[in-house]
Design a protein around this ligand. Structure first.
Ligand code: WT7
Length: 646
């Protein structure tokens, strides 16, 4: 099905171009060596670069020799214009509190915040961990850190003490910014208490800054813990933005991979900002009139690029909402869109499916006519959800930009482009085409392009400015994970199909990574937590398709001999996962088994587990990781089916 939004209702001057015309334009962007330099001129530099790209495969350095400051680009340069008195942030708390910050106020608060960080000893290159709920102090903390040339690591406030400590320890952060607590569905999450628990195993943390949000009792340790508001009373009004090299890291963000240890994805300052600045225009048609709302949590890359750096670099107005999407009622989101006159709304398929289940009656209670562009990200969007989103949320006026990207890519890579002067017709469920300058393709294991309609691996064949620089402290793993599975190209880990017109259809992960409600979780990471429970000897975690969440978590566990399977033990294990990795990691099902299907070399055959779960016949599809023969897999399947059903 092809959706063509009537030209007269398009919010932009974009014209639909025939696909052929798009491809010509796209091809030119790939061949033009000046393409990214042209884009880089749209942000402010203290010194221009000497070289656009230094490509020492697989390490790319963009805009080498250039000096900039990201906080300057996101705040100062608007503060110096009429935008000074324009709204930068509309913040809404879960309990309906409101805070509105103009660019002038953001400028003032960010400078003061930077001054207190500096007073606590934060210097260029130091790592600052941010573990905050979705309050205005979160983007401010990121910008203030960047102002000093320090590197932030935002840790999702849904993570428990272990998740927090693992990340902080890997990055060796010196300062941690948190809150007493945060609100979620009317309950208070005691963040400082979780931090206190984690602090026992986070020796690198010297100072803790605590924002008062929930007004709950917390313990404060003299000389280590400081109230944010007390520090701010003694803050200085201005801190010079430090010019840093384009390749100086802006942040390190942890994401799950196929091994137990999360990966610290390192993003640059210059390339990253240029990439996001350009793509937010192309994809969302962001402008001065935009009221932009991305519902993600800042703990994920979407929160970095799509809440903070992309929109603020354009001087747009952003909405930041603290709470749950359906609290206190299922129309909370629609209420927010109406209230602030949101023009660009960006969310995840999981949330769309959840609202679809609540029904469109909740939408019809609100006037959503300000909306101009709708976005989707995080997992494949099924055509049914796409059409519902298009019809009821967008009123059949708004293009849907299904944006494919990853923590590692830094910004959107495949998406329709309503903000360029072309846009291809949309197909529900397809992210359409790669953005200009992005050389994406679908290939087989040998790196050869696969014919239309055939499933292959999504790869990127040329460096792009938003790409990760490396993995923190682990360049070898960076090479191995992304650049050696298929030689010479960036391996995304996703399956995709190109149709006969060249449209890209993203099909989800080809590796052992789960996408639970858009959150990325590695099976090994989950397994390492489950076996840390004293009752568990061995375990395998697999995903099971879930109509709303995309993937749900299923655990197969072999118990130690002195433990008996029981419902209460299941409950305890669920709680154990939740406590350690946060609510997203709560398993939906736990099976106690006495054996797991394995290959001769001892690898768990997850394909077998999945097939047994879904009741499907075991296919003959092989994955890159597979080393067992079809016969072996079949035999294991039959055996395991008996174990589970018995
Ligand atoms: C993985 C990356 C990028 C921000 C949030 C997720 C999946 C992402 C789409 C999409 C199909 C998508 C992929 C990708 N994914 N966007 N539009 N269609 N799949 O970032 O946690 O790094 O996850 O999310 O599987 O590899 P992330």
């Amino acid at each position: 099905m092809v959706i063509i939004i009537p030209q007269e209702t398009l919010p932009f001057e974009s014209k639909y171009w025939p696909i052929k015309k798009y491809l010509e334009f796209y091809k030119k962007s790939l061949e033009d060596p000046e393409f990214w330099a042209e884009e880089a001129r749209k942000i402010d530099w203290f010194k221009t670069w000497d070289k656009v790209l230094e490509w020492d495969p697989p390490f790319a350095r963009w805009f080498v020799g250039g000096l900039l400051n990201v906080s300057y680009n996101c705040v100062d340069r608007h503060y110096q214009t009429w935008r000074k008195n324009k709204i930068a942030i509309y913040w809404e708390g879960e309990n309906y509190e409101e805070k509105v910050l103009s660019y002038a106020q953001l400028y003032r608060e960010m400078n003061r915040f930077a001054s207190i960080l500096r007073k606590l000893g934060v210097r260029k290159g130091d790592r600052v961990a941010i573990y905050l709920p979705m309050i205005p102090e979160l983007p401010m903390a990121m910008l203030s850190t960047a102002r000093l040339g320090a590197i932030h690591t935002v840790i999702f406030s849904g993570f428990g003490a272990k998740g927090l400590a693992d990340r902080v320890n890997d990055v060796q952060a010196k300062v941690l910014i948190t809150a007493d607590g945060g609100f979620r569905r009317g309950k208070v999450i005691p963040l400082k208490k979780i931090v206190d628990e984690a602090l026992e195993i986070m020796p690198s943390i010297e100072k803790v800054i605590v924002v008062k949000r929930a007004n709950i009792e917390v313990e404060m340790k003299e000389g280590r813990d400081y109230w944010y508001h007390e520090l701010m009373n003694k803050a200085e009004p201005y801190v010079e933005p430090l010019p840093v090299e384009s390749t100086h890291p802006l942040y390190i963000l942890y994401t799950s991979g196929t091994t137990g240890k999360p990966k610290g994805v390192v993003h640059s300052s210059g390339g990253y900002l240029v990439y996001n600045h350009s793509t937010y225009k192309w994809v969302f048609d962001i402008s001065d009139e935009s009221v932009y709302w991305c519902t993600a949590d800042a703990g994920w890359v979407t929160g970095h690029s799509s809440i903070v750096y992309g929109p603020l670099s354009h001087g747009a107005t952003i909405v930041v909402y603290e709470g749950a999407p359906d609290y206190p009622a299922p129309d909370r989101w629609w209420e927010i869109i109406e209230k602030y006159g949101v023009t660009i709304f960006y969310t995840a398929p999981t949330a769309i499916r959840m609202h679809m289940r609540y029904g469109e009656e909740w939408i019809k209670k609100h006037d959503l006519s300000t909306l101009k562009v709708l976005g989707s990200v995080g997992e494949p969007i099924n055509p049914e959800a796409w059409l519902w989103y298009y019809k009821y949320v967008g009123g059949e006026r708004c293009p849907i930009v299904d944006t494919w990207w990853q923590t590692e890519t830094g910004g959107i890579m495949i998406s329709p482009t309503p903000g360029l002067d072309y846009m291809v017709p949309l197909k529900p469920g397809s992210a359409t085409f790669p953005l200009p300058g992005v050389d994406a393709d679908v290939v087989n294991e040998k790196g050869e392009p696969v014919p239309p309609g055939i499933r292959g691996y999504l790869v990127i064949k040329k460096p792009w400015p938003g790409m990760l620089m490396t993995l923190h402290n682990d360049p070898e793993r960076y090479k191995e994970t992304y650049w050696s599975k298929i030689p010479g190209v960036y391996f995304t880990g996703d399956y995709a199909i190109k149709d006969s017109e060249g449209y890209f259809w993203l099909l989800g992960r080809a590796d052992e990574v789960l996408k639970v409600a858009g959150h990325r979780l590695g099976t090994m990471e989950l397994e390492s937590v489950i076996i840390s429970h004293p009752a568990v000897a061995e375990s395998a975690v697999v995903s099971k398709p879930d109509p709303i969440k995309g993937d749900s978590i299923v655990i197969f566990a072999i118990l130690k001999h002195n433990y008996e399977p029981s419902e209460s033990l299941k409950k305890e294990l669920k709680e154990h996962m939740r406590k350690n990795l946060g609510p997203v990691a709560t398993p939906d099902e736990i099976f106690f088994v006495n054996k797991l299907p394995k290959t001769r070399s001892g690898k768990i055959m997850r394909r077998v587990l999945k097939a047994v779960l879904s009741g499907a016949q075991i296919g003959d599809l092989t994955t890159l990781e597979d080393e067992a023969s079809i016969e072996e897999v079949k035999k294991a399947y039959e055996e395991f089916k008996r174990v589970v059903s018995g």
